[in-house]
Write a protein that binds this ligand. Structure first.
Ligand code: SAH
Length: 244
């Protein structure tokens, strides 16, 4: 079974949206599992402290490496082969290809940062892979972790009603998706393109392909040329290695 373990200061945020709809039905049916673990259980002292002021000064607080390492070690028994991730705006931007890799494995272990972030040493010592969900800053890693888990879980076998809908959508062919239409046939003076009502499946497939190519070229030329995001298909400069 595909298993997600999430380390967070806010375990009550989970399953949250992952408990509803496709992901939630899969969760209830035991097709995947989700464990949200409280980092503070490994906090220090009477106040179960998890953070401290940044070395070198500056605003905010930093999550302690010793506390996070203890939380991680308790969550991952030896032999746990799942990738260990930390959500971070500095990470490699998440792509559908990476999501497919994660979904094909046993699951993921995810650390959610808060405050200014986490002490760099735990990232190195526990070989955490930093993963970003986009070029903007969230207040914590939880929503980012939900994004990653949601994207993976819909690919877990048995979750999506119709298997085809996993392979014909945005990114799967390296393109953004073609436009969709449904009833009514005419609406506010706009009609459905004739070809989609023609019953000519070859013509429909050709039209969709054309549209997908046009939209991708207009909006995301980088997806077609590979230029614009140097790391999309190439090597990421950081290779986590355990040096603990
Ligand atoms: N000071 C940090 C931002 C901290 S935001 C910086 O400038 O890089 C607090 C936490 O939110 C981070 O530790 C991370 O876990 C999460 N987070 C914020 N933005 C994210 C993003 N785009 N992708 C993934 N995680 C993110």
């Amino acid at each position: 079974m595909w298993r997600a373990t999430v380390l967070t200061l806010y375990p009550e945020m989970f399953p949250g949206p992952l408990g509803l709809s496709l992901a939630g039905e899969g969760l209830s049916r035991g097709l995947w599992s989700l464990e949200a673990r409280q980092i503070r259980d490994h906090g220090l002292g009477r106040h179960r402290s998890v953070d401290d002021t940044p070395a070198g000064g500056g605003p905010g607080m930093v999550m302690r490496c010793d506390v996070l390492a203890a939380a991680l070690d308790a969550a991952t028994p030896p032999g746990d082969q799942r990738p260990r991730l930390i959500m971070s705006p500095r990470g490699r931007p998440l792509t559908q290809a990476r999501v497919r890799d994660f979904a094909a494995g046993d699951g993921v272990v995810i650390v959610c940062g808060r405050f200014e972030g986490v002490d760099e040493r735990v990232i190195e010592a526990r070989a955490l892979e930093e993963v970003s969900v986009g070029d903007y800053v969230l207040s914590g890693g939880e929503v980012a972790a939900m994004t990653l888990v949601d994207a993976c879980v819909r690919l877990v076998p048995g979750i999506m009603g119709k298997d085809a809908s996993g392979t014909e959508e945005s990114f799967e062919g390296g393109l953004l998706e073609y436009p969709h239409y449904t009833r009514p046939r005419d609406w506010e003076g706009r009609s459905i393109p004739d070809v989609l009502l023609s019953g000519d499946h070859k013509a429909i497939a050709a039209w969709r392909r054309e549209q997908a190519e046009r939209i991708t070229a207009e909006r995301r030329p980088d997806l077609m040329t590979g230029r614009g995001n140097p790391f999309r298909d190439g090597d990421w400069p950081i290779h986590p290695t355990e040096d603990a």
